[in-house]
Design a protein around this ligand. Structure first.
Ligand code: AHM
Ligand code: MG
Length: 339
């Protein structure tokens, strides 16, 4: 019989972020702490996601379980976990969540000394929970622009994506992974359930320049503008340059769809439709973090015309059309959309 041994060469998330710090003696370690906090929330959310079919947490708020405790919906649970760890940590002055109308300013002695604010979508793709399909958590980290020592402000959150310090996601899939990007690179960690730690499994991730996968909701095809339809047709046909026809893959869970395309090469699209010209995805919680991750990995992300990271946000919950993925596929799309 083979004996399983612990691979001591593999760095945990904590070891990795601390190792990164060593190259920057002037760093305070707040970002490492922040990532550890998010990793902890991810582990707790993971446990509940895995139980989702077993215990009645799919139900609505207000339902009561056998112990007579109030049962929380999974997305409410995830939201509270993220907010809880960030509030108790030392690195975050406040949060904005897709689940909440307004930002939460922590305003306590330690939080007011923190450098960062975090925006997150606690459980993206939540319509997939009750059918056992992968879902995820997405986060975006900004350095605050307000004075450290005071409570953070609304303006700290309404920054262009280009100012993100870090962004990442957790995917609750066939295994659980945490992927995060800083300007210096994108790294992926897989949760090793035997030790309960995220372990570096995908160092220095790069999005291939070419891909063979396109991801879009075809049900909306006749709602898309001409350029998008033209590009989809090109994906479906072999032509002189593109090596098509491509494979179409669409889970309907952005974290999974973009994660796959990041690794394998591909393009993900959520265009505007006739009914919803701004599309569905939220700039601050979904588009910005994925645009940052993909660009650091060598890919591209636009709203069809402009680079996502340069869009000036006007509100916390605004939506944007979103196109992202392999750079050469994005170039071909741009050609179609330009006319
Ligand atoms: P949610 O934030 O309500 O979960 O919606 C976001 C999700 C994304 O994960 C996914 O890409 C998209 O909605 C799918 O939408 P559609 O079913 O319209 O294609
Ligand atoms: Mg979402």
């Amino acid at each position: 019989a083979t004996m399983l041994t612990v691979n001591r060469q593999v760095l945990t998330l904590d070891e990795f972020t601390i190792q990164q710090l060593r190259n920057f003696p002037q760093a305070t370690g707040q970002l490492s702490n922040l990532l550890r906090d998010i990793g902890l929330a991810a582990k707790r959310i993971n446990v509940e996601v895995n139980k989702a079919g077993l215990v009645d947490i799919l139900g609505n708020n207000g339902s009561v379980n056998v112990q007579g405790e109030e049962v929380k919906k999974l997305d409410v649970f995830a939201n509270n976990q993220m907010m809880g760890v960030l509030r108790h940590g030392i690195s975050c002055a406040g949060i904005g969540s897709e689940e909440m109308d307004d930002v939460v300013v922590f305003d306590d002695e330690v939080s007011n000394q923190s450098k960062y604010v975090v925006l997150y979508d606690p459980l993206d793709g939540s319509s997939n929970i009750d059918v056992n399909v992968s879902i995820g958590t997405i986060f975006s980290v900004f350095r605050r622009t307000s004075e450290v020592g005071k409570p953070c402000t609304q303006a700290d959150f309404i920054q262009k994506g280009i100012h993100q310090v870090a962004a990442g996601y957790i995917i609750y899939g066939s295994s659980t992974m945490l992927v995060y990007a800083t300007r210096r690179g994108v790294n992926g960690f897989t949760l090793d359930p035997s030790i309960g730690e995220f372990c570096l499994s995908h160092p220095d991730m790069k999005c291939p320049a070419d891909g063979q996968i396109y991801s879009v909701n075809h049900g909306n095809y006749f709602q898309y503008e001409e350029g998008v339809r033209q590009y989809i047709t090109r994906c479906q046909q072999k032509n002189e340059t593109n090596g098509g026809p491509y494979t179409q893959r669409y889970i309907g869970s952005m974290v999974s769809d973009v994660h796959r395309n990041l690794i394998k090469g591909g393009i993900f699209m959520y265009p505007g439709t006739l009914k919803k010209p701004e599309g569905k995805l939220r700039l601050m919680y979904e588009c910005n973090p994925f645009a940052f991750i993909l660009e650091v990995a060598g890919g591209k992300a636009t709203d069809g015309k402009n680079r996502i990271l340069e869009l000036q946000p006007e509100g916390l919950h605004q939506r944007s059309p979103f196109f992202a993925g392999s750079s050469n596929m994005m170039a071909e799309l741009e050609g179609c959309m330009a006319g």
